[in-house]
Structures are given as C-alpha cells and as structure tokens.
Design a protein. Structure first.
Length: 386
C-alpha cells in the first residue's frame, strides 16, 4: 500500500481526521526520526494512533523491521526471534521495581528489548525461551548509554509468543549472526561478537580481589568450531551460572561477548553480565540408507514410503504372537526394508505409498534373506512429514 493509499484509508475510516492533520503529523514524525523511516511506515503508525482500521478489520499497526527503529518512537510493534534471555534484576531509588531484557533478531540484525515490572514475569516463569518468535506491540524506543536503540515494554504493551500469522522463515537463528572463530582478527578487538562452538579444554575457576576489595571470580575454557579455537574468559556471576553446564564436549552458543587482546599473543573472548551463553542440544544425526551398517544403534533416517505396508501376525521362538508391518523406504541413495514391530506395526500399517517419514531411534540388522533392514524398538518413533 502506497503512502497516498494509506492517507485515503485513514480519511475514509476516520472522517473526523483531516488530510492536513495527517500530513502535519507525518512531517513532525519525519523530523523526529531523521528521515530514517519510510513515510509509509510512519503513516501506518499514525493511522493506528488515530484508531483507524483497514477494511478487513485489522488495525493498521504493522511490525517495523528492526533496522527501521530510531529513538523516540511510540506505539511501536516489532517481531523477532528470541536469541538471548537475561534474568530479571531489581532496582531501588525514587522508585523501585524490576526489569529484564531479551535480544531478538530479524533479517536485519539483533535488537535489545527491555521488559519492566510485571512484564518480567514471563521470563521468571520460563514462558519466554530462546528460539521463539515474539510480537511486541505498543512499545516505545529509547537510546541506551552506548547510543544504541532499544525497545521498552511497559504495562500497556502486549506480548504474543509464536503468533500464527508470522512466517518463521523470516526470522533467523543466532547462527546467521555468528562469526567463525577462524575469522576473528584484530579488527574485532573491543567489538561484540556471537560465536558457536564446542568446549575443548576447561580450567578451574579462581578467585581474586577487585580494586574495591570485594571478591571476584574468573574461569577460562577453550572453544572450538572447526575453523579454529579461542580462549574464553568468564567473569564473576557468570562463572557461577556456567559452572553447572560447562564440561568438555558441550556445544555452546555465546551471544554478545567481547573480543579482547589476550595476555600473550592472539585474541580471547570475554563473557560478562551482558553476555548470554546457552548449551546447545545435541543435534540428531540423520544417516543415508546407503551408509547404514549392521549393528548400528539409535539410527535416525528420513525417506519416502516406497511400497504398501504389509501387516501380519508373527509367532516368535518363545511362542509370543506379535504384530509386524513391513515396507520399503527409499531416499536419494537407495531403498531398504523396514520392520515395524508391536505398537509400531499399526502406525506403519496406516502409512501410504509416497508418504515422507522420519524414523528415529531404530537399529540396523540383518533380516530375511540376510538382507540389511531397519528394525524398530520400543523407543522408536515413526513420524509423517506434512
């Protein structure tokens, strides 16, 4: 919708508003935002403030991209994927309360969102998690001490987790913004970076005395991602937080860490209060059918049903009567028979020719005619991909 079309929409839906009012308000907003936000985006925000609605009944309040945001905006709606969650903190003074913060991402970058008072309950309860898509409505933007823009969410703001009308593909994970360890150079010194890697060496935490004579804590470990490795230095409260999850072989994603010159040669990454560290869940490896070998356990495969499943009763050597469904599975490397036993037999019997399926936690063995096959166990799952 063009700027003129939005103006016409406002005039038609809100007859008490004049074109002059709209254009004067638009000019004020353009000056306030320094021309960094398009007229169409500003008109949509203005329309929402006038209480105007588009013809299908939805409020003209679009989600701005993170790159459009500048300080001083009110009634802002943005959408992003949560890439970091920081625990609430309390504050005292003329007023007391608490706040918490998130980092969210869209295609243009990473952005900080600050939640105030009761809004922090969603973080304390664990309702907000990394990986979720969240829409924040009716927020306002401010400039932080470093001159960066951030969104503030107060009492009148709305938070919607995983909205159904949002395409998740538009909101990347932290991997899009991660820097390979092997690509870190002196250019990155004193810059904030995101890295993903595996803990290769781990050194015990030590204590020290700060300049104000209070005790401090520091811990070091080596992080590797296949392109190189780098020392990571963890400070104070973050040491207590990470000691519970750190061990050799654990995968980590580190968000908003600082690159510094190491004491000797090279660089190191520093983890402080404003850094988010999360242990990665082990990625499930899917094998190609051509790579399966007898005796492989906990096998995960993906493929297409290549023959109509056959269901029958089979009597074992212990004279136990069991249900068995067999069918052929194919992928880009070949075909293989699948034997689905007991409870999995009924699931397999309902599969249709051409169904795309995932089989997890099965095993490979020699079956009828001494041919290699995939066989289910109690913990196996068979899922149709829609």
């Amino acid at each position: 919708m063009t700027a003129e079309e939005i103006v016409d929409e406002i005039l038609s839906m809100c007859p008490e508003v004049s074109r002059q009012q709209i254009m004067e308000r638009l000019e004020r907003e353009k000056k306030k935002t320094g021309g960094f936000i398009s007229g169409e985006s500003l008109l949509r925000v203005i329309a929402a403030e006038f209480g105007c609605e588009i013809s299908n009944g939805e409020a003209l309040l679009p989600a701005l991209s993170l790159g459009d945001l500048v300080p001083g905006l009110g009634d802002v709606t943005i959408v992003g994927r949560v890439v970091a969650v920081f625990s609430p903190k309390t504050f005292n003074g003329n007023r007391s309360g608490k706040f918490a913060s998130l980092l969210i991402a869209d295609k243009e970058g990473i952005f900080r969102v600050v939640l105030w008072n009761d809004k922090t309950n969603m973080i304390e309860s664990g309702e907000v998690k990394t990986g979720q898509i969240i829409r924040f409505s009716h927020g306002y933007t401010r400039e932080d001490r470093g001159g960066r823009v951030e969104l503030h969410i107060g009492e009148k703001c709305d938070i919607e987790i995983n909205p159904k009308d949002v395409d998740t593909k538009d909101y990347p994970t932290i991997r899009k913004f991660a820097t390979k360890i092997g690509e870190l150079t002196q250019v990155h010194r004193n810059e904030k970076v995101n890295v993903i890697g595996t803990v290769r060496k781990l050194f015990p935490a030590t204590t020290f005395e700060r300049q104000d004579l209070t005790p401090g804590k520091v811990m070091r470990f080596m992080l590797s991602d296949g392109t190189g490795e780098i020392p990571v230095v963890v400070w104070n409260e973050k040491v207590d937080e990470l000691e519970k999850v750190l061990k050799i072989g654990v995968g980590l994603q580190i968000v908003n860490a600082k690159v510094k010159k190491a004491a000797g040669e090279g660089l190191e990454i520093h983890v402080g209060d404003l850094t988010f560290v999360e242990a990665l869940k082990p990625e499930q490896e899917f094998l190609r059918l051509a790579d399966l070998k007898e005796g492989l356990n906990r096998v995960n495969v993906e493929g297409q049903v290549a023959s109509k499943p056959m269901l029958r009763d089979v009597r074992t050597s212990r004279q136990e009567l069991l249900k068995l469904a067999t069918f052929e599975l194919k992928d880009e490397t070949g075909t293989m028979w699948v034997s689905a036993w007991r409870k999995h037999a009924e699931t397999a019997a309902n599969l249709k020719l051409g169904d795309k399926i995932i089989i997890k936690n099965a095993y490979a063995r020699k079956g009828f005619g001494d041919q290699l096959e995939i066989s289910t166990r109690d913990a196996t799952s068979i899922t149709v991909i829609h």
